[in-house]
Design a binder for this molecule. Structure first.
Ligand code: F0G
Length: 427
């Protein structure tokens, strides 16, 4: 298979700042990266992407250190980022868990779990926020905003707060897990609960940002994806260290499709620099909940555009999204790497959440979708038994305590009495 990955590295246009610029993925128009606040192309409204004239090789990445600062986590990859260091808590360096029982029961040669729930606020959003807030500082903006299914709002509140900025979050009323609201609230965000779903919240916050009310830090902001790109680098480095090769496939949950786009960008840049052969690029495989699966629909139909689903529903509230704004970046990522997309029922998500928890890996429902999707694709024969796979789990179990309680064993009430307890334990 020939992979159509954009190579080689582009040449810097006149507007570039230190070899970095923004480019429209639709019409190729280029823009100076930090001269003005801009989220989409002035010419055609297409999505923007951060480009570099000197994409990274593995040798550019630091060796790593345990202390806070530029030598660990996301900022260890600073050669591939627009800045040297930003507001850091610190983020990245998440574990790549072995899960031998799950590996055996799914039936693949290797299964590792990249647990992004181990980031400071408990999700991968922290990687994007550390870079996004640094760019906000560069632009001199004092107020940040996002629409969110929960995790972005928690990360925005924490990183914005640490950066001394005002934070505003728009959440779909009644559809955000308790842990996430608690975080956004305590970290000091102003929280607006909107009578509508996430997509409606994003429409509104985009309009607020266009009117200059605040700097938008949803994944529509191309700088967010730069930080999230480091998940791809970390997986390749860690997997290679253990197995001497890269994984065949990376499976991840998809909502707005920002992470899918970011991981694809990591691989493309390594191919551009010559650090990676296109044939070695893992197959990017997206998973959505059956009740919110517009990306899966587009992949199955071979469509270039994703149809917006007005009605969406799933227990995995983090990915309860009907209009994945990053689809124009993510669809090529899935297709050009030979990946696919699959939808899973809520029951299968809960089952996978239990399977992971049994091996000590506590994740929220959306995260477990990756494992549920892998299992389904394996059952369908789309994934081979000799594949080496990494599943991404995007958020921590405690993000959604209600879902965890529903999925888990229930506490048993008992009298304050040893005999009563011993008797109960006989059952
Ligand atoms: N997993 C979790 C736990 C998430 O919170 C999200 C997105 C995704 C997966 C999907 O990632 O959007 O990059 O495809 N959460 C956003 C939020 C929408 O507001 O927290 P994506």
């Amino acid at each position: 298979m020939t992979l159509e990955l954009d190579t080689p590295a582009p040449e810097a246009p006149d507007c570039a700042d230190d070899g970095t610029w923004l480019a429209c993925i639709e019409c190729d128009e280029t823009f100076a990266p930090f001269s003005a606040v801009r989220y989409t192309c002035d010419e055609c409204d297409g999505l923007l992407e951060v480009r570099y004239d000197d994409p990274p090789t593995f040798d550019d990445f630091g060796a790593g250190a345990s202390t806070e600062g530029p030598d660990r986590g996301v900022w260890r990859y600073r050669e591939a980022l627009p800045f040297e260091l930003g507001v850091t808590l610190p983020e990245g360096d998440t574990p790549l868990h072995e899960v031998p029982r799950l590996e055996e029961s799914v039936g693949v040669e290797t299964l590792r779990i990249k647990h992004e729930g181990m980031n400071p606020t408990g999700s991968f959003k922290d990687r994007g926020m550390t870079v996004g807030v640094r760019v906000a500082e560069e632009l001199g903006v004092g107020a940040l905003a996002c629409a969110s299914t929960g995790n972005t709002s928690a990360a925005l509140a924490a990183y914005g707060g640490r950066g001394g900025m005002e934070t505003l979050v728009l959440l779909p009323e009644g559809k955000v897990a308790a842990g996430k609201i608690a975080q956004a609230s305590l970290h000091g965000a102003r929280i607006l609960e909107v009578d509508g779903n996430f997509d409606a919240c994003l429409d509104i916050v985009q309009e607020l940002a266009a009117r200059g009310e605040a700097y938008l830090l949803n994944s529509l902001n191309p700088f967010r994806l730069e930080g999230q790109k480091t998940i791809g680098f970390e997986i390749l480095e860690a997997f290679e260290a253990d197995y001497g090769t890269y994984p065949d496939r990376i499976v991840l949950p998809v909502g707005n499709a920002g992470n899918t786009s970011a991981i694809y960008k990591a691989f493309r840049e390594l191919v551009q620099s010559g650090a990676m052969d296109p044939a070695e690029v893992p197959k990017i495989t997206g998973v959505q909940a059956a009740g919110a699966a517009p990306m899966v629909e587009a992949i199955e139909n071979g469509a270039d555009e994703v149809r917006r689903w007005e009605e969406v529903e799933t227990r995995a509230t983090a990915i309860r999204i009907g209009n994945p704004v990053n689809a124009p970046k993510a669809l090529p990522g899935i297709r050009n790497t030979g990946g696919t997309a699959v939808a899973v029922e809520d029951e299968a998500i809960t089952e996978a959440q239990r399977d992971l928890a049994e091996e000590g890996v506590g994740v929220e429902p959306a995260s477990a979708a990756s494992v549920a999707g892998l299992r389904k694709l394996r059952d369908q024969g789309v994934v081979d038994d000799d594949e080496q796979v990494v599943c991404l789990t995007t958020g921590h179990l405690l993000k959604d305590p209600d879902a965890a309680y529903e999925a888990g064993r229930k506490p048993e009430p008992v009298a304050n009495d040893v005999e009563a307890i011993v008797e109960l334990l006989q059952d």
